[in-house]
Design a protein around this ligand. Structure first.
Ligand SMILES: Cc1ncc(COP(=O)(O)O)c(C=O)c1O
Length: 507
């Protein structure tokens, strides 16, 4: 008796109060991946794919065994994602001072802040109440007004707050747009190749069809309007209803900036075919060479000169607090301006925003702080100016240093960075010169750019993303790296790794 009691005690979790004397059913199995929405399985997102996951595992190993991990490096360099504050970029003081008051208004009595910080925080508190309360779904009206003013000042053309939706980063705007435009597998979306994989992933989630148009690597990743027109023709012939043309300017992963002529050609295509333009302009502040021209500005100019051709063009333009010199990726601020859409369609976007209740309210406030920063003469201006200029110069210096290093590396070519946060160098690997690499890749069910990035990670701790995660011309191989990690030591390690890689594989 004593021993059976003991067994019973062991069989039950000690904290459980519930005792089932006998079971009346056979327990069902948990879900397998075949039971869930297959579109969620199909969606891929290389920026946080298998190589970054492996990098996280290695970082955990280092953290748990700081002296005994046995790896040839002591930290992971996350060059796989444009996440500046993960890589020691300091947040701007102006943002954090105002945000801290919004989070805890009592600070106003306890800390002496610059006068413009107090003014802005007080104004924002008046308009949004508490950051802990839901805001109107489209966004706080005061902040939408500010965004409209920012766009008008930037472009020289009016913007209406009615057309502004504050979103949880630009990603949420992409989700809304692709949701309303996807009407089944025959809904086509023209996307640049290479592209930022948010687009292919969201298209897959909506069971729609991605139609890649190739950017021209030999001409600074420019667009080829003839190719896009041809794609529209052939897809229409096959019954595909092309809904939108996605443009990423400045480009991710390419780091290029579109010329005015390219933008005009894209608007022409949209006007002629009634295709919505989605202009992802989250890197508009990250410009090193050339000039950023918003799609909205070019469209307004065209409308002014040729209203009969362009008045029906529908453009959604996106911006974010994650990039630029803000780098506030975790705060999830963004906006989308909808131009030329009917009230009926805008109401559906509004409904989607309502289903989500609202975007993060502190992220909305951050958007206001980004587009409406301290002005010369205000107390925070000097520090703001100093901090933002330093970040900008730093990014430009790092971009050049990495670019120069790629130029020195054997069998690598790279376009000069013009903007954004990335380089997308080409790895000139051919089966003829790298037979062992191609064999190894095939054996491991990889592509040669996967193998390169995996070995780079395992030997140096540098984590970047193979070009095939963004799309590339078949038979070409690339990788995407940010130039955000500080210092040059990691670049030196990369150079040494590359030499060894070439020695190992090249014949
Ligand atoms: C081109 C592009 N669009 C959109 C996003 C999404 O950014 P967020 O949702 O943080 O605004 C990113 C992020 O890297 C991006 O590179």
């Amino acid at each position: 008796m004593a021993s059976s009691t003991l067994l019973w005690k062991r069989a039950l979790p000690t904290t459980s109060r519930i005792v089932r004397m006998y079971s009346t059913f056979k327990p069902a199995s948990p879900l397998t991946v075949h039971d869930i929405n297959q579109h969620t399985i199909e969606a891929k997102y290389a920026v946080r794919g298998s190589i970054p996951i492996r990098a996280d595992e290695l970082q955990s190993l280092i953290d748990s065994h700081p002296t005994l991990h046995g790896l040839p490096f002591s930290k992971i360099i996350n060059a796989n994602i444009g996440n500046p504050q993960q890589l020691q970029q300091k947040p701007l003081t102006w943002y954090r001072q105002v945000l801290s008051i919004l989070q805890y208004p009592e600070l106003l009595d306890e800390v002496k802040f610059p006068a413009d910080v107090v003014d802005r925080a007080t104004t924002l508190l008046k308009h949004l109440g508490s950051v802990g309360a839901y805001s109107p779904s489209q966004g706080v009206p005061y902040i939408r007004n500010s965004v409209a003013q920012f766009i008008s000042d930037r472009d020289g053309y009016d913007a209406s707050p009615e057309n502004i939706f504050l979103t949880g980063g630009a990603s949420a705007a992409v989700t809304y747009l692709l949701q309303i435009l996807s009407a089944g597998p025959n809904s086509g979306f023209l996307i640049p190749i290479p592209q930022y994989p948010l687009y292919t992933a969201t298209i897959a989630l909506n069971n729609a069809k991605p139609i890649g148009y190739f950017l021209n690597e030999d001409n600074h990743w420019s667009t080829d309007p003839n190719q896009i027109r041809q794609l529209i023709k052939t897809n229409k012939e096959q019954g595909v209803d092309i809904k939108a043309l996605v443009v990423i300017n400045p480009g991710n992963p390419t780091g290029s900036i579109l010329s005015e002529q390219d933008i005009i050609e894209l608007i022409d295509i949209a006007a002629e075919h009634g295709i919505v333009l989605i202009s992802d302009e989250v890197y508009q502040e990250n410009i090193f060479k050339g000039k950023f021209l918003s799609m909205k500005k070019v469209l307004c100019e065209l409308k002014e000169s040729h209203p009969h051709l362009y008045s029906n063009v529908q453009l959604a333009s996106l911006h974010s607090t994650s990039k630029g010199v803000s780098g506030e990726c975790g705060q999830r601020g963004g906006y989308m301006e909808l131009i030329g859409f009917t009230q009926e369609v805008k109401s559906v976007v509004f409904k989607l925003a309502s289903i989500n209740l609202c975007s993060v309210v502190s992220g909305q406030a951050l958007m206001e702080l980004m587009i409406n920063p301290p002005k010369p003469g205000q107390e925070s201006y000097e520090q703001y100016h100093h901090e933002t200029s330093a970040i900008h110069t730093d990014l430009e210096t790092r971009a050049s240093a990495l670019y120069e290093s790629f130029l020195e590396m054997e069998d690598i070519s790279c376009n000069k960075p013009m903007g954004a946060m990335y380089l997308f160098p080409r790895l000139h690997f051919t089966e003829e010169h790298y037979p062992l690499l191609f064999k190894r890749a095939r054996d491991q069910k990889q592509l040669p750019d996967d193998t390169y990035c995996i070995e780079l990670l395992e030997h140096t701790g540098i984590c970047c993303v193979p070009g095939n995660g963004f799309g590339q011309v078949e038979g070409t191989y690339h990788l995407r790296t940010t130039f955000l990690p500080p210092g040059t030591e990691w670049i030196e390690k990369w150079t040494a790794f590359h030499k060894a890689f070439i020695q190992k594989y090249k014949v």
